[in-house]
Ligand binder design. Structure first.
Ligand code: PLP
Length: 233
């Protein structure tokens, strides 16, 4: 048994316990194992431990790993980092889910690329909820319009929302951000019942996933708690 396998076992238990205490079902919360900076040998350890969903934050780095796992049926690759529109084509080839759609431009490029490849990419809209403007994400006020655009574009399936709150030492302080993302999802669903299929809330990382699950996360994106500390971001 590798450390990665032990860490995954422990983490899955924590996720299940947390979901249950929040009155939710354990299998309502999916785990995306974020492998950025770790080599494919480390990814393999998680695959051997039965992990199916993996996240990378850079297209270029993902190119060195994802093709290696083509023979492993059932794996899903999630792009969790910012996507530049000039990398949309490559992203559409590599990834099954893109968590970071934050502009109409990138949505259109991804749509064109997916349609040309005859693929459907699941997309989440990354919403910027920080008080000070962070680098990425669409503002709350523009989320509805971007969701409508995504839901109309060929090759894309709008599958929910994602956010990265500011970092706080005390994870409890992330709670209002997770709650706000859930409110935005509820607003979308009441404005367009069923149409947007926005079933996912992608929120929560190693240090705050339990708060995110309490607030309704359906996908948590976790790296450090599985693979250990990274030497770079
Ligand atoms: C790195 C990363 C994660 C995982 O973070 P950990 O703190 O290592 O769990 C989650 N989401 C995104 C967007 C990331 O870039």
């Amino acid at each position: 048994m590798s450390t990665v396998s032990d860490n995954l076992t422990r983490l899955r238990l924590r996720i299940a316990d947390c979901a249950k205490s929040a009155g939710r079902r354990a299998d309502d919360v999916g785990l995306v194992a974020v492998t950025k900076t770790f080599p494919r040998e480390v990814v393999s350890l998680a695959v051997e431990a039965g992990q199916l969903n993996f996240g990378e934050n850079r297209v270029q780095e993902a190119e060195t790993k994802i093709p290696y796992f083509r023979g492993n049926a059932g794996l899903q690759w999630h792009l969790v980092g910012h996507l530049q529109s000039n990398k949309a084509r490559r992203a559409a080839e590599l990834f099954d889910v893109v968590h970071s759609v934050d502009s109409e431009k990138v949505a259109r490029r991804l749509s064109e690329a997916a349609a040309a490849l005859d693929r459907t990419i699941a997309v989440l809209i990354q919403v910027d909820l920080g008080e000070e403007a962070t680098k990425w994400g669409t503002p709350r006020s523009e989320t509805m319009r971007l969701a409508e655009t995504c839901s109309e574009l060929p090759g894309l399936r709008l599958d929910g929302l994602m956010t990265i709150p500011p970092f706080f030492d005390d994870p409890e302080r992330t709670r209002p951000f997770f709650r706000e993302l859930r409110e935005i999802k509820d607003d979308l669903e009441s404005a367009h019942p069923g149409v947007l299929g926005s079933r996912h809330l992608s929120m929560g990382m190693s240090h705050d996933f339990e708060i995110a699950i309490e607030e309704g996360a359906t996908l948590v994106r976790i790296g450090t708690a599985i693979f250990g500390e990274r030497t770079r971001a």
